[in-house]
Design a protein around this ligand. Sequence first.
Ligand code: PA5
Length: 474
Amino acid sequence: MQHYQDKGWQESMRVRIDFNNMMKSHVGQYGLEEAELRAYEGRFARAAENMISKRGDMKWRELPHNQNEIVDRILETAQYVRANFDTFVVLGIGGSALGPTAVQQALSHLRYNDLPKEKRNGPKLYVEDNVDPERMASLLDVIDIEHTCFNVITKSGSTSETMSQLLLITHLLREKCGDQWTEHLIATTDVQKGNLIKIAKQNGLRTFYVPDGVGGRFSELCPVGLIAAAVCGIDIKQLLAGAAYMDEITQEKDVWKNPAYMLAALEVVAMEKGCNISVLMPYADSLKYIADWYAQLWAESLGKNVDLDGHTVHVGQTPVKSLGVTDQHSQVQLYTEGPFDKVITLLGVDAYRTQMTIPHAFDDIPDVAFLSGRTFNELIQAERFATEYALTKSGHMNKTIVLPEVNAFTIGELLYMFEVQTAFAGELLNINTFNQPGVEEGKNATYALLGKAGYDEKKKELDAAKPKCECYIL
Ligand code: PA5
């Protein structure tokens, strides 16, 4: 038995939430009253029922449970990559990139790529989620194509950004590696739809599937995220075990006992009172990109113009990513003294993986000496508590999520909790959480602008757009 299968250990690693400072009793007039939350009970209950009746459609919910075989294949492939390549590059965007970045930052060394090879736990990892020509060129300056394996990830198999990266890399691989080029590519895509699956089959690429019913931003716990993690030596079985544990916890129907439902309820109730901004502020560099991943999950899932009954609603909170303590010196002034239009979520860690003492050096200067003998651990914790205190004192709603420590299990819990939170918020808002028509519009316009077949009508629509007025261009 693995240590993470032990019930006692799991309980000790349980992610906790504390929402005292969302309440009027603690934060004052701009907080929520318990009666206000109780007034939502009917909506909470309906949303909880929907989460049960729609579970069959939310295929991402089963990922912690139904991937034994695929995990074995991923581990085999990871072994192949680790044995044969110096560098692993993910080509993807949105849900196909943010998860791999977040998990790598959380669970690998914080300066992983800078470590010497013998100290790294696998090949260097780059996640390329933009088509900025300067960034593409700079990647080619730092990697050696002949020793690099590329994982091209696109569920639709047609996203322009990812497909253009694939074209570039295929061209370079053919040039440098000849017939061996296919050994350098792994495709992760839909089993049937799109162009990548055609390319993968035609060329015999190693291929993994994004399971049906698992959308991009809910796909970190399938091959989309697990391959890169396994290549870098992250324990993906433990990651999935953490998610499974959170699945158990979040099957509770009562909002008052279900942390994911309560987090969603607090955001939605606050949003309906005018808090249109949701800030996630991790107090750990390892969790920095969890805030990026959450921003996409929250924005793309909940930013919708119509509800499921066809009413125009234009709902959604704007997610803001922040980093403690860094952004205490950048954004916290606004959070403590600015408008009451935000919910601020601090993401803390009880035990950091390193303990570091602040040494003595200038004991004759009391204003500096008070730090000596303390630890950076104490300092960052004190600063989190101080920010919580300042926000609360100034009457700004805030809550805290705490990870006992950052490990594969707690990261699995956290990702799964945020996914359930988002799905539950979508049910409360009665919207389609899982589509992204606004993203599709931009994708289609790009196709039309670049002359893709079948987009003539869209091109005409774009050509007919109102011309810009010179007078508004300075
Ligand atoms: O969450 C989503 O569905 C999107 O953000 C997609 O991940 C993103 O648009 C990339 O799509 P694809 O994986 O089809 O290339």
